[in-house]
Design a protein around this ligand. Sequence first.
Ligand code: KIV
Length: 276
Amino acid sequence: MYVQPADAPKRKPVTVPGLRAMKKRGEKIVVLTCYDASFAAHIEAGGVDVALVGDSVGMVVQGHSSTLPVTLDQMVYHTSLVARGLAATLLIADLPFMQFRDPATALAAAGRLMAEGGAAMVKLEGGSDWICEVIAALAAHDIPVCAHLGLTPQSVHKMGGYRMQGKGGDAAAHLRDRARAVVAAGAELLVLESIPAALAAEITRDLPIPTIGIGAGAECDGQVLVCYDMLGITPGHRPKFSKDFLAGRGSVRDAILAYADDVRAARFPGSEQIAG
Ligand code: KIV
């Protein structure tokens, strides 16, 4: 059993209904990706609201050029590592590529991420009608769902690269429509990735559930970053929407605290990180 550091502040557990309450109160939701118990302990001590075991693990930990090779077994494994480092932080795990291709497959995969991995919610990419059917099936089994729209990395080949989505009237209207559709299907949370800030703000105002932005401007209800991007240690190019919070600070813990403070005070993302 992982033992929390003695200096970890005690706080009330973050819950799924609690996220909606945060939106109502206008409190920003702080989210970071996480893949192991040690980093999870820093996230916990840093007061982050939600830890996301993203399938970005395939790129930033495994070194693949996309998230497609990540398996369900690997996601269950990483989710269980992170769960051991957390106490009050809510844990979300990604359903990997092809593991939500129909309701039965999604239910089996989500069941493993929750029962074996310890996740409280699962995330899946996309918002087409068949994905809404999958969301509805998960929600009907009391499995909380985080939807993910905009740049959906599992669709990299269809998109022709990691490009901003929702630009132009038709694309924006489609995203607005799909955002409503995933909510109607039962999603409790929505990640908006790499879409114009004004569109993300509009969707955020329109929906009863919280939105979490990454490269989607400052007006989402919360923000998420890949932890290695936020520490400035991802090799190669750092996304423009990210920021190195370790620069000028002495520890990972201080970097996480600064990120959480900046999200809560709406200082992050700033104008340098916002495109579109
Ligand atoms: O896989 C991931 O880490 C994600 C976040 C970047 C939102 O989906």
